[in-house]
Structure formats: structure tokens, C-alpha cells
Design a protein around this ligand. Structure first.
Ligand code: SF4
Length: 453
């Protein structure tokens, strides 16, 4: 008689917040998958629902609470994890029926809580059969790009931020472990590696930049060494959350060599020295514009993305004008702006000179208007040129496709919309003739199609 295998328990997952949280969700799901769980795409089919929350801003907390409420209403068996886990009382008060609450990166505790809520069914059959892609873990991001988390926590204490309180000081992963993970991702089809952390330039400081054996040689726990080694794996490598410490200058030649994408995501947050000082920002030095010029001289197609906060306490009209002038000069390729929002527990809340909401709104609109203009002009300059594009999605009905150039990170930057691209597949990297542009996106056609026309 055939052995009837018991059906494995099923877990639903709601992942909120930033890419870093998404990486945590992937890790948790990988472990659960390895423990024999199956994933459920909907509430109804799940034995337990895991909500990975974000607690960075008050608005994110509210969104997290709403997600918990929805999971309880739809399923009833809910485990909460993530940044909001440190406010267990708030969650318990509103949703006493939540089964367990754990904090950010408490992988074992989350997995344990799920084991308790929906015990795994021990099965020598299932446990011996490798699960889907056990070597790379279960990815929530599309197969052709993947986030690579290189460290956790942060040694800085920016006045508006509570991440160090939630995640602690910098803890870097070993470079060989990161490279092994990256190799597996590339072997499994990942074409683009997105390097993330709270402070990528600080990578390895806590490890005293020690070296580990790697492929017959060694690799140091240092941003430039890691970037070089990652660049050798043959995938696109995109660096996020880079602070302009002096050693960042040494990554630029790697871009010139084509090992790392000519893309830097540097969260400047402001330009006025006075505001930067009040924000207690790292690498807050005056020569940034000069260095941008030097970097661009070495890598002319370098794309710089950044984010800025307007309406920080004490920001005067003069400070704000300084920022606008700086932006005009810096000609950044991609800019995100935020109106200052007090975060519970952040030192900035006690600073004098809070800026009225309507002034924040007005400044926000001015920053967006200026940076959209700069972006539109930069994109217009690409019309008529041929660029590399990684395909994210193909629309079989229209024959069109959407992708990104080397200057576009997924989800936060612009896109390249292609016509006559039905023959392509997600993950393909193709040469594209740019035909049109708008404020944020490019429009084009695969070079092969253009040549045949
Ligand atoms: S660098 Fe500043 S904003 Fe970024 S995580 Fe560290 S403390 Fe927060």
C-alpha cells in the first residue's frame, strides 16, 4: 500500500517596508520551506499568516497595524515580526488575539512561533526531498534580480532615525558568506545583484576589514574588495545606501572597468551644512559637488540617486534655497524627497524650530518640480542613443516589454518601455535604441528590431 504523505502546513506572508525587510522575509520563508512548510498565496489557504512589519515612520506603523488587522479578520491565526515587534504592547492592545510577536531579525524566534502555531509534519519523505531551489532560498523578488544584504545595523545616530535603536550597531556578514550567496543566486538565474545594508560604505568596519580565504586567494571585508569580487560573478552589481566616505572614490574605477554598475545610491538627505549638522549625518563634508565632478569625469554615464528630507526642524528658507541651488549644480539623475515626519523615539523630535506643514508641502513641491526638470533633461539627452536594458516583464498581448537601464534600480527609479519586444523574456539584457523620453522613463525599441526596419 502506498504511503500517504500528510499534507504540510501552509504559511501566508505579508511583507511590508523596505527591501531590507523583504530580504528578511525571504530568509524566514527559506527556513520554513526547508522545515517542510508550503507557502500559501492567499489568507484562506494558510494555516498561519506571518506579517513582517515596518515601524520606521508613524505612517508605516499604521500601515503595519492595518495589515495585522486584515490578516486577523481574514485568517485569524497571525504571527507578527519585523521592526514593529519592539512595540509589542501597542500590537497586543489592539489585537490581543495575535499568536506571537517577535522583533526584527529574530529569525529563530519567528520560525519557532510558526512551528508552535502550525506544527510541521515530520516526514522522512518530504524532508529528504530537496525543496524548490533550496540552495538559494525562496525569493520573493523576481528571479532575475535579487537583494544581497551585506550587513545589519548602523553605527551612526542620525537625529531623525531610530534604526540603530531597532537594529543595533553595525554587524557585517563575512565576505565569503556573501559571495557564496551571490554565486548561488547567479547560478540560479539572477542577472542583477542589489547590494543593500544600512550603510554600505561602512561594510566590514566591525570586522576590522579582516580577510577570509576565497577561491584560492582571499577577500577582505571591505566595500571595494567585496564590490570587485561581486563584479567578477558576471551579473549586474548595483550598490545601494553608499555614504560618500573618501574610500568610495575607489569604487568608481570598478565602474569604469564595468565590474559594478555606474550607479550610486547616496542618501544625502540635505545640502545645507547647518541642517546636515543638526541631522548628525555621516560623511557630511563640503566637497561633495567637487567629488561628483571627479567621479563623472572618470565614469561619464554615472547615475546618482539620492533622497532628501525637507522641513527638518530648524530648516530656514535660506537653508532650503541652499539645497535647491546645490541640486541645480549637482544635477542628480534620480531624486526622492520626503517631508520631515517625527518618528517616535528620534532625537530630532526635541529640536527647536519645527517647520509648519504647509511650508513643508510647499518646499517638497519645489524640490520635486526642480528635480523632475533635471531628470527630464537628462533623459532627453539619451534619445537617439543605444543602451543596455534588463527586461523585467513582457506583455504578450501588446508585444511590448518593460525593463530598466543601468541607471534604474527596480521599484525606485524609472523604467524603459519597449515596443516590438514580444520575443524577449524577463531577465534578458538587450541593446535598446532610445526613441523618446519623459520626466522619469525612456521609450525605445530593441536594436535588432530597429536595424531590421
Ligand atoms: S546612517 Fe543614519 S539614517 Fe541611515 S540607518 Fe544609520 S542612523 Fe539611520
Amino acid at each position: 500500500m502506498a504511503t500517504v504523505l500528510p499534507s504540510p502546513p501552509r504559511v501566508g506572508m505579508v511583507s511590508l517596508g523596505c527591501p531590507k525587510n523583504l530580504v528578511d522575509s525571504e530568509r524566514i520563508l527559506s527556513k520554513l520551506r526547508a522545515d517542510g512548510y508550503e507557502m500559501s498565496a492567499d489568507y484562506a489557504g494558510a494555516d498561519v499568516v506571518l506579517v513582517n512589519t515596518c515601524g520606521f515612520l508613524d505612517s508605516a506603523k499604521e500601515e503595519s497595524l492595518e495589515a495585522i488587522g486584515e490578516a486577523i479578520a481574514e485568517n485569524g491565526r497571525v504571527v507578527v515580526t519585523g521592526c514593529m515587534g519592539r512595540e509589542a504592547e501597542v500590537i497586543r492592545e489592539r489585537f490581543p488575539q495575535v499568536l506571537a510577536i517577535t522583533g526584527a531579525h529574530q529569525y529563530e524566534q519567528v520560525v519557532e512561533a510558526v512551528h508552535e502555531a502550525a506544527p510541521p509534519v515530520p516526514s522522512p519523505y518530504l524532508d529528504l526531498v530537496p525543496q524548490a531551489r533550496p540552495e538559494t532560498g525562496l525569493k520573493l523578488t523576481p528571479r532575475h534580480y535579487g537583494y544581497l544584504k551585506i550587513s545589519e545595523g548602523c553605527n551612526h545616530r542620525c537625529a531623525f532615525c531610530i534604526i540603530p535603536q531597532i537594529r543595533g550597531d553595525l554587524v557585517s556578514r563575512r565576505p565569503d558568506a556573501i559571495l557564496r550567496e551571490a554565486e548561488k543566486l547567479v547560478a540560479a538565474g539572477t542577472k542583477e545583484l542589489l547590494v543593500i545594508s544600512q550603510d554600505t560604505s561602512a561594510y566590514g568596519l566591525d570586522l576590522k576589514h579582516a580577510a577570509w580565504p576565497w577561491k584560492g586567494g582571499e577577500v577582505r571585508a571591505h566595500m571595494t574588495d567585496l564590490a570587485r569580487a561581486l563584479g567578477g560573478l558576471g551579473a549586474w552589481v548595483r550598490l545601494h545606501y553608499v555614504y560618500p566616505y573618501p574610500h568610495v572614490d575607489r569604487v568608481i574605477p570598478l565602474m569604469a572597468e564595468g565590474l559594478v554598475l555606474p550607479y550610486l545610491d547616496i542618501p544625502f538627505q540635505h545640502a545645507s551644512p547647518k541642517v546636515l549638522k543638526a541631522m548628525r549625518r555621516p560623511a557630511n563634508e563640503a566637497k561633495v559637488l567637487e567629488r561628483l565632478r571627479e567621479w563623472r569625469a572618470l565614469v561619464p554615464d554615472l547615475a546618482v540617486r539620492s533622497s532628501f528630507v525637507v522641513g527638518f526642524p530648524g530648516e530656514t528658507e535660506e537653508d532650503f534655497d541652499y539645497l535647491l541651488q546645490w541640486l541645480q549644480e549637482a544635477q542628480l539623475d534620480r531624486v526622492g524627497a520626503f517631508r520631515f515626519e517625527p518618528v517616535e523615539g528620534a532625537p530630532a523630535n526635541d529640536l527647536p524650530g519645527h517647520v509648519p506643514e504647509e511650508v513643508k508641502e510647499e518646499r517638497y513641491a519645489r524640490v520635486m518640480e526642480l528635480t523632475a526638470r533635471i531628470s527630464a533633461a537628462k533623459l532627453a539627452a539619451k534619445v537617439g542613443k543605444t543602451i543596455d536594458v534588463i527586461i523585467d516583464a513582457v506583455d504578450a498581448e501588446t508585444g511590448g516589454a518593460t525593463g530598466r537601464s543601468k541607471a534604474d534600480a527596480p521599484e525606485i527609479d524609472g523604467e524603459v518601455h519597449l515596443r516590438d519586444a514580444g520575443h524577449l523574456a524577463a531577465g534578458d539584457i538587450v541593446r535598446v535604441l532610445v526613441e523618446e523620453s519623459d520626466e522619469h522613463d525612456l521609450f525605445g525599441v530593441p536594436e535588432r528590431v530597429a536595424a531590421a526596419a
